[in-house]
Design a protein. Structure first.
Length: 306
């Protein structure tokens, strides 16, 4: 159920910011472990998340803080943990293939999110929206070939490669993240979706810093120095992460998870731009075809809501 039209511009902007943040985070990951690179986005993002929350409360929010339901912290923690796992898997996918291909595999989250949100939240979509999801996933599969011509057997074999497995698993955990965040926003007694999103953001990132920070402290203490030494680039990751998450969370608070995720696939278009101009990676012709399919899928999904 769509409760506010704000979900659409918020989702498109979130896709752009996520592509930018992921490109910057990939550069950070070259100098530290996967877990350390994952902690960067939460540790450096927390101050910005708190500033966004405080700024909104001071300037635009009305009345006392909303009361939270008894499952609020559980959904925040569950969604936060799923995002930690998804981010680590995405970074592992990057280690095996390039930036675009790693992102493409993770975008299978759209269909995974549609199935899970139907099973767990009872969210239903129109036939046209389902066709859009299918078209988008087909585009993602074309992108996942990395510009190579592949037959059906070669394609199935490619799905068993580490990059594919990590990317698809990443999409699953990103889908679980979206479901956890949507349920967390529903646990807050406020009609203001932006306020709910910013509260969930601040609480979730705080829990993520605690969870992944404790893991590094116990298992990878030598990585902590690298995290603080990279503060210039890491600060950019934190800012982009908080802004992007605030927009994603607003989308999840106001529209079905599957719809937000399929429209969020416009991130792939931004990913190509950052891959070409920021990371210097070349785009193949077949990747252009895949991009067209993804955009077509987004248009069909949107048409299904009219």
């Amino acid at each position: 159920m769509i409760t506010s039209p704000i979900w659409l511009p918020a989702t498109v902007a979130a896709g752009a910011l996520q592509a930018w943040r992921t490109a910057v985070q990939k550069r950070v990951s070259h100098s530290m472990s996967v877990n350390a690179a994952g902690l960067v986005r939460y540790l450096y993002g927390l101050p910005f998340a708190l500033l966004l929350f405080a700024g909104y409360e001071g300037l635009l929010a009305h009345g006392p803080l909303p009361v939270s339901g008894r499952w609020f912290l559980l959904f925040c923690a569950g969604g936060g943990l799923a995002q930690i796992v998804a981010t680590n898997l995405l970074l592992l996918a990057f280690a095996h293939r390039n930036f675009v291909v790693g992102t493409a595999y993770s975008k299978t989250e759209a269909v995974q999110g549609a199935i899970l949100s139907y099973l767990l939240l009872g969210e239903k979509l129109s036939l046209l929206s389902w066709l859009g999801i299918g078209c988008g996933v087909l585009g993602v599969m074309v992108l996942s070939t990395g510009g190579r011509r592949m037959g059906p057997i070669d394609f199935l074999r490619a799905l068993g490669q580490p990059a594919a497995l990590c990317g698809i698993a990443s999409g699953l955990f990103f889908a679980l993240t979206a479901i956890g965040i949507r349920r967390a926003t529903q646990e807050l007694s406020t009609p203001d979706p932006i306020r709910a999103a910013l509260i969930v953001l601040a609480v979730t990132i705080s829990l993520q810093v605690l969870m992944q920070g404790c893991y590094l402290l116990l298992r990878e203490r030598d990585q902590l120095g690298r995290i603080f030494a990279s503060w210039r680039v890491a600060g950019q990751v934190g800012l982009l992460s908080s802004l992007g998450s605030a927009l994603w969370f607003t989308g999840f608070a106001t529209a079905p998870v599957a719809l937000v995720r399929i429209v969020g696939q416009v991130e792939v278009a931004f990913t190509f731009a950052f891959s070409r101009f920021y990371l210097g990676e070349r785009m193949m012709r077949s990747e252009g075809v895949g991009l067209i399919l993804v955009v077509t899928g987004v248009i069909l999904a949107l048409a299904g809501t009219l």
